[in-house]
Design a protein around this ligand. Structure first.
Ligand code: GLY
Length: 328
């Protein structure tokens, strides 16, 4: 009998873990727990990086991405979903009801209709207002000093971007606090069941005010999420492009497959990302990992990342044990 465990990115995940934990602790399915936890964030209008509360793209339009995984042969994902908020559940339907791994865009919404998922408006009033402010001033977005600015967002449907300019006068100095990362990014949830089964899921609205059409790491198996029975599971959150360029979640589990501990594996991937990219001060990555026995670690590139741990003692927000660049 394994000691069950849930681990999730960002403190806003706590409400979802509180919903999902009781069933998991009673012997429930680990993927049920992950989907339930992600759906709590997808419904929550105050979470501005997932589901209904998420911030839109540069043109003011919403698109959502999600992924679920039990093993390399049991995974599913959706990206660029524009009409359905339950994208984690939809990714699970792709896994369980189709021979495919990933569906994208309008056909993914069509498939959601076939699965009986309700359509809804994805753009919450506060997110619409945030986009409007950003479109006027260039201030706001997922990270301080983000190097994206709107270019006449009202013209031709919008979405044109200037790259390489600073996004206003927000400062990265200040507190070691999640508020440094205003849109906290993907919810990623890992779950270990009493019978030793593993599962993971993640859900996101992607980078705030992203270029229309952009899809990040979260729905790509091996980038934002990877699960391998007998080895472990990992979720990455933060700057999707850095995670994609390094196949980070897969790299963590592959390092563990070769004998590394969760701490060694996550630490080595953060170091690899540090080596591979010219990191800027607004770049943040959080990696959460558990091995197949429940030995886990929370890690980040910089200060300010938080995770939520759930077990027989309930749920609580936890600090990273490894921060590659503390004080930044
Ligand atoms: N990590 C989420 C994204 O970049 O879309």
């Amino acid at each position: 009998m394994t000691t069950p465990l849930m681990l999730a990115t960002w403190s806003f995940a706590q409400a979802g873990l509180d919903l999902a934990l009781p069933e998991l602790l009673k012997g429930g399915d680990p993927l049920d727990a992950c989907v339930l936890a992600c759906e709590a964030a997808e419904r929550d209008e105050t979470v501005d990086s997932v589901g209904y509360g998420g911030l839109p793209d540069a043109s003011g339009a919403m698109s959502l991405d999600a992924c679920v995984m039990r093993s390399p042969s049991e995974c599913g994902s959706v990206c660029y979903v524009t009409k359905h908020v339950q994208v984690t559940r939809l990714a699970r339907h792709v896994m369980e009801r189709t021979p495919h791994v990933m569906l994208a865009g309008r056909p993914a919404d069509h498939f959601a209709n076939e699965m009986g998922l309700p359509q809804s408006n994805l753009l919450a009033p506060a997110a619409r207002e945030a986009w409007f402010q950003w479109s006027q001033t260039g201030i706001g977005g997922h990270a301080p000093d983000a190097a994206l600015r709107p270019m006449d967002p009202g013209k031709g449907g919008g979405g044109g971007l200037f790259f390489g300019q600073t996004g206003g006068n927000r400062s990265t100095s200040g507190t070691d606090d999640e508020r440094r990362w205003p849109s906290h990014d993907t919810i990623g949830v890992l779950s270990l069941a009493c019978d030793g089964r593993l599962a993971g899921a993640c859900s996101t609205s992607g980078t705030a005010f992203k270029a229309p059409g952009r899809v990040g790491d979260s729905p790509i198996v091996g980038h934002g999420l990877y699960v391998e029975p007998g080895i472990g599971m990992a979720v990455c959150t933060g700057e999707g492009e850095l995670v994609m360029g390094s196949c980070a979640a897969y790299a963590v589990i592959e390092a563990m497959r070769r004998g590394a501990s969760p701490a060694e594996a996550a630490g080595s991937v953060l170091e690899r990302i540090d080596d591979l990219f010219s990191l800027e001060k607004h770049h943040q990555i959080g990696i959460i990992v558990s091995d197949a026995g429940g030995r886990h670690i929370v890690t980040a590139l910089r200060d300010g990342f938080r995770a939520v741990l759930g077990d027989h003692d309930g749920s609580r927000v936890v600090e990273p044990e490894i921060v590659l660049h503390p004080g930044t």
